[in-house]
Design a protein around this ligand. Sequence first.
Ligand code: IZC
Ligand code: ZN
Length: 424
Amino acid sequence: MIADIVVKNISQLITLEGENRPRVGKEMMEIGLIENGILAIKDGVIKYVGQGELPSNIQMDNDTQIIDGKGKTVTPGLVDPHTHLVHGGSRENELDMKLKGAKYLDILKAGGGIHSTVKSTKGASFEELYKKAEKSLNTMLEFGMTTVEAKSGYGLDTETELKQLRVAKKLNENHPADIVSTFLGAHAIPTEYKGNVDEFVDIVVNDMMPKVQEEKLADFCDVFCEEGVFTVEQTKKILNAAKKYGMKSKLHADEIEPLGGAELSADVEAISADHLVAASEKGMEMMAEKGVIADLLPGTSFNLGMGKFANARRMIELGVPVALSTDYNPGSCPTENIQFIMTLASLRMKMTPEEVITAVTINSACSIGRQEEIGSIAVGKKADLAIFDSPNISYIIYHFGINHIDKVIKNGQLVVDNGKIINV
Ligand code: IZC
Ligand code: ZN
């Protein structure tokens, strides 16, 4: 076999070899590190992973692209399992309010926050939403992310929810990065349904969901379960209905107030519960028992000035699989920089570099049900790679705020070189 691409002399090749399932506890430290690593790609698929030289059955010819990995760290393409990628407008106007002490939920209650983005998203055309999301997705790819989850939730009406999801679908078709879509029709309570939330829940379940399913627009369903937004009961009703439409459950759980979102995620056997800053001990135990992935978003704690981060150490101790996300959105976390999130996870949640890498690769792939294809560097898996201009993983986390990516390979194609997108 003649390889299309060979990456050789890799200082640190981080394979995440092992079973295609969420890693828990001490397993999160086992990242499958190979020094002086080498790998070969053919037809978009990984064909060989090892140390030193290629075996004799894999050859190179003049068309083989050879990449020198000296001084570089190579990881699986990073996976972001929680973003609000598609939206209109921005919310820098909230910065001044925040500096004066306004809280996220107060701004939302006063008709700002998510409502402000809903207005901008309703007012934006398909093309405008597409262009804006494409720009962010380009940035994400340049930061090493090859698969990104994208939620709706800025429509709060059927038409705009479908518009957002169709934008995500088209981006998935056209962009080198892969997008996995989540329906988040229950992201906030529209002003006109303030006193009548159950009626809105009915619309989400009986009008929006069948249409989302008809066009196969989402793999997952998510709800913002939070004080003043959707209750545990309403969330349960929506997620149970989603199951009937073939959508697996995710939820914004215990982000700000301890409502019992972690417990609910175990109860409905969600694939992930996200945020969990205020999760209870019991909730975390229940998640461990049911194998619900804790998708942590420390950028939000940082940006909202919460003074508190999710208790990642306790979750790892209890055997809850931990993943990490940007939570890229125009309100609580306006950044596409997963590498900064990795630094926050380490410095503020005390996750080791190994745990952080596990959380942004195999565990995040599991969090969107894609672990058979991505999340580790193994023979037969998609050739999605992040090549960092860093001698080891600690360096990526330690030297923070910048982009360490040199190259990104997606489906066996070089799509980022010298940290910049090519061929797009
Ligand atoms: O636009 O504020 N938390 N949803 C739940 C968000 C943050 C996004 C936003
Ligand atoms: Zn979110």
